[in-house]
Design a protein around this ligand. Structure first.
Ligand code: SF4
Ligand code: MG
Length: 320
């Protein structure tokens, strides 16, 4: 089907200042040339360890951070350099659900007003209409009507995330970027919130970019998955082929670490040596080569490009 989002060679570098005069002494290559696309109505999972650049990628796509290079095509339109009114217009269609719902909710505002605010900012609706819409959104996310008059601190973590979700839905967006939306929640409420997101996706015809470090969560949610390592996209595949047949040695290690529900089918866990290198000084060649159990000579010299090696399965590795 049609692509809602196309990311082409996206880079987000942060300058690093140093010395007495605070000159730029280098750049953190937080996102270093990634390309992928998200089809209308699907959930694209973006996975990788903390610091791999997945949140930075999400924020760059949302235009909360400035892209250093590359293109963000949303709904057929290049939004990479939009500003002013045209950027404001596009904000309606692109919303974010944050990891920590509490930090993103104003403690001084009634929940009803928190949810109404984006609608109020973007449309001229009567007080009655506004209230009806908010009540409707509360119901859709499974909160009682009297939540309208309460404050965020009166709710549990899972309920707060429902408030954040209601707010993100208020403008009927096309794409929601959910950045670790359940990782701050108790395991017992995680699946409730994930299932709510799935239900809402169907009802509101949403497309999701779902960012998480937890591979089981990503597996539960996604149609297709991209794996990031050190600012790079190292593998993209349909969920089933990624989990059944991971091609990149890094993906293989990640998947081998998922606890198996049945101990008899447990595969051997691949333990990686060393730590993730600094994105300020990424390794030459394949970014994974200092830790890769399969590295060959070429790996420390030439950076592999992401290429399709099977239908709908792309990998950046010299072994293929
Ligand atoms: Fe490992 Fe080489 Fe493949 Fe990189 S390119 S993942 S170092 S085998
Ligand atoms: Mg993050």
């Amino acid at each position: 089907s049609e692509n809602l989002l196309e990311i082409k060679n996206l880079k987000t570098y942060y300058p690093v200042k140093g010395g007495f005069f605070k000159h730029t002494v280098g750049h953190v290559k937080a996102v270093d040339n990634i390309s992928f696309e998200i089809k209308k109505g699907e959930t694209f999972g973006l996975v990788g360890e903390s610091g791999c650049g997945k949140s930075t990628a999400g924020r760059t796509i949302l235009r909360l951070l400035k892209a250093t290079d590359g293109q963000i095509i949303f709904d057929g339109k290049d939004i990479t350099n939009l500003s002013g009114r045209s950027l404001r217009e596009i904000r309606k269609d692109l919303q974010m659900v944050f990891q920590d719902p509490y930090a993103s909710l104003n403690p001084m505002q009634m929940v009803g007003d928190i949810i109404a605010e984006p609608i109020y900012n973007f449309s001229k609706k009567s007080k009655e209409e506004l209230k009806r819409e908010v009540m409707d959104l509360l119901e859709k996310v499974g909160l009682p009507p009297d939540a309208y008059y309460k404050y965020a601190h009166e709710f549990s973590g899972g309920q707060r995330q429902r408030i954040g979700i209601a707010r993100s839905l208020a403008l009927r967006p096309k794409l929601i970027i959910a950045d670790e939306p359940v990782s701050a929640l108790d395991v017992s409420v995680q699946s409730q919130v994930l299932n709510l997101l799935k239900d809402l996706q169907e009802e509101f015809e949403l497309t999701f970019l779902f960012i998480a470090h937890d591979l089981s969560v990503v597996k539960h949610m996604s149609d297709r998955i991209g794996v990031m390592y050190l600012g790079n996209m190292v593998e993209i595949a349909d969920k089933d082929s990624l989990y059944a047949e991971p091609l990149h040695p890094y993906t293989q290690a990640l998947i081998s670490a998922i606890p198996s529900p049945d101990p008899r089918t447990k595969k051997e866990r691949i333990i990686l040596k060393g730590d993730v290198p600094s994105p300020l000084n990424p390794p030459v060649g394949c970014p994974f080569h200092p830790r890769c159990p399969m590295a060959i000579e070429e790996c420390s010299k030439q950076k592999p490009v992401l290429k399709e090696v099977k239908p709908s399965h792309r990998v950046a590795c010299h072994l293929y």
